[in-house]
Write a protein that binds this ligand. Structure first.
Ligand code: NAD
Ligand code: TYD
Length: 350
């Protein structure tokens, strides 16, 4: 008998796998149910270190399919949800927005609706929706995103996440669903699909391939180690107030070009290459359409109210991250070639 049966959607993805790992290792009294469709971005190899644990189970399902959600609720008496399943890459949302509407908006509403139907109001349930700072839009040189900043999404990805956030709030205000929300800045760390800036650059540096920097490389992102994001989700899930949202970030702003150059220097020294070798791979390419200029988070609410702060500096986190990719090149080759996807497709057909 478990004290809680927590459904983690998107648990096979980048951040989700870190959340599942943290919860499965820390809370033996909770059953962690990883609910994932296993798209190109998710694979169970990300969780091979926890998959034999008694308090962990995997359920292959699609949040766009109501029957899948009902089935997992009935099989495991889901008591709480940490919702991470999403289409997450801005460039893909520009070339194909509809998948983002379906997964991020319709899928989220499906999940909210089943939770509303299955949970009685007297019990203590939590629906923790994991969102992004990109819903706030784009900053100029000054200022930080606060929880009260007006929503101003500008990419199809951020528009779909903003819409899902609005539905989460609507279910709280209209039906009293016990929701909590977090909006986090850009994450980096292990098990990150190499289409996003940091793992893509690491992979290309290893393979001496061009490093595509969009525009002039002057856009700014605020980077947070994924393990610290998982710790923040743990903190908010347990101590956050129902109906509230929390911004999560590391006060760690970098222009893309400075970050890519830093990675080049770090990796030249780790790969015993001559100084400046990898920087020669940098290529300035056509800018992303509607490219948000700057994201930066004011995390003082979660720091003051819930006593959360990042546990590592960016230099420490990035060093550990690069080491992980260098030690796990098989993982990198399998995700970039689609080998894991083909394997799981076959496994779940039979
Ligand atoms: P990801 O793309 O690495 O993983 C997404 C996971 O969701 C994958 O395992 C995929 O298989 C699964 N999934 C996709 N569609 C599904 C569906 N219809 N049904 C069930 N599962 C499905 O994403 P990520 O970077 O780990 O992001 C996780 C969440 O955190 C997202 O909601 C994202 O918006 C949010 N977020 C991400 C960042 C970041 O920097 N990566 C920052 C802030 C917030
Ligand atoms: P990304 O990792 O896609 O995250 P997001 O767009 O959600 O912030 O991109 C981070 C930044 O890096 C963003 O400003 C776009 C830029 N970028 C490049 O310059 N080159 C690339 O190949 C990629 C993927 C991103």
């Amino acid at each position: 008998m478990f004290e809680k049966n927590i459904l983690v959607t998107g648990g096979a993805g980048f951040i989700g796998s870190h959340v599942v790992r943290l919860f499965a290792n820390k809370y033996q009294n909770y059953r962690i149910i990883n609910f994932d469709k296993l798209t190109y971005a998710g694979n169970l190899e990300n969780l091979k270190d926890v998959d034999t644990k008694e308090n962990y189970v995997f359920f292959k399902g699609d949040i766009c399919n109501r029957e899948d959600i009902i089935a997992v609720f009935e099989k495991y008496q889901v008591s709480d949800i940490i919702h991470l399943a999403a289409e997450s890459h801005v460039d893909r949302s520009i070339s194909g927005p509809m998948e983002f509407v379906l997964t991020n908006v319709v899928g989220t509403v499906n999940l909210l609706q089943v939770a509303k139907e299955k949970w009685d109001k007297e019990s203590n349930h939590v629906f923790h929706h994991v969102s992004t700072d990109e819903v706030y839009g784009s900053l100029g040189n000054e200022g930080l995103f606060e929880e009260t900043t007006a929503y101003d999404p500008r990419s199809p990805y951020s528009a779909s996440k903003a819409s899902s956030d609005h539905f989460v709030n609507a279910y709280y205000h209209t039906y009293g669903l016990p929701v909590k929300m977090s909006n986090c800045s850009n994450n980096y760390g292990s098990h990150h699909f190499p289409e996003k800036l940091i793992p893509l650059m690491i992979n290309n540096i290893v393979n001496k391939k061009p490093l595509p920097v969009y525009g002039k490389g002057l856009n700014v992102r605020d980077w947070l180690w994924v393990v610290d994001h998982a710790r923040a989700i743990d903190t908010i899930f347990h101590q956050g107030k129902i109906g509230e949202s929390y911004n999560v970030g590391g006060l760690n702003e970098w222009t893309n070009i400075e970050l890519v150059k830093y990675l080049c220097r770090l990796m030249d020294s780790k790969l015993n290459r001559s100084e400046g070798e990898s920087e020669k791979l940098i290529q300035y390419v056509t800018d992303r359409a509607g490219h948000d200029m700057r994201y930066a988070i004011d995390a003082s609410k979660i720091e003051k109210e819930l006593n959360w702060t990042p546990s590592v500096t960016f230099e420490e986190g990035l060093n550990a991250t690069v080491d992980w990719y260098l030690e796990n090149q098989e993982w990198m080759n399998a995700v970039t070639s689609g080998d894991y996807s083909k394997y799981y497709e076959k496994m779940y057909q039979s």
